[in-house]
Write a new protein. Sequence first.
Length: 268
Amino acid sequence: MMSDIPGDRRAKIIAVAGKGGTGKTVITSLLLRFLAEDGERVLVIDADPATSLPATLGVKVTRTIGDVREEIASPSSVFFSESMPTDMLIEYRIDEITVKTPRFSLLAMGRSEGPGCYCLINDMLRHFIDRLSSRYSTILIDCEAGLEHLSRRTTQDVDTMLVVSDATRRGIDTAAAIAYLAADLHINFGQILLVLNKVTDKVIPMLDDMVKASGLTLIGMVPEDENIRAFDLEGKPLLELPEDSKAVVAVRAIYDKLIAVGDAVSDS
Ligand SMILES: Nc1ncnc2c1ncn2[C@@H]1O[C@H](COP(=O)(O)OP(=O)(O)O)[C@@H](O)[C@H]1O
Ligand SMILES: [Mg+2]
């Protein structure tokens, strides 16, 4: 298939995974900030049905892939009767529900399917999401805890999966379980890296051993940041956090490491 990207380079895919409440959406938003600042054309995919990413990014999503799936599946569907070919119509619809801003685009997956066989529709939707992806240089996925969305992907590799965890033994064990789950999927992961979030000074001395025991590779730690709580309370988008906010500085360091590793891989 033809790609819209010069030189036929596919988009880099970064997936942010982890248990609910660990900070996937926060980390995704902060990574997006730096990707956008670097001039990447970013498509953010909100794959968590309990979606809070749009509000965190300060945008509104009214329709999701879940809605399109229901439309296609509904008995009164216009998809198979209109004069426009079905594939064009689906592509058009996905483009239509993608929220576009000067800094990024956002596509929400919405709820997962109800009972019934949606495999064919899902395959079709995936095909068109992949097509849409080729217009972007980076795809950033805010995953749901169970990785269902990723597990349905069969066509593309994920360059980097970040597993976010709080700084506790139990949290890190869960992160390791998610990383093993990912390794069992039929997807190639370039790298799976651990991000410890909401880290306080108190726990830092104990983290080294816990991380070693988990077998995961730590890319960075993000401190507990009172600005995030304040912004969330007021409903202010996290993209507007001050540049010197603790979590912003920490995610910047993680971002720089990711870029450095990415360059090393593509140079070799
Ligand atoms: N580094 C941090 N400092 C302070 N609060 C944080 C931090 N990271 C996340 N939070 C808070 O933790 C809660 C869960 O974060 P969220 O990103 O929504 O988690 P997830 O997407 O994994 O469910 C939110 O209320 C958020 O404000
Ligand atoms: Mg979330």
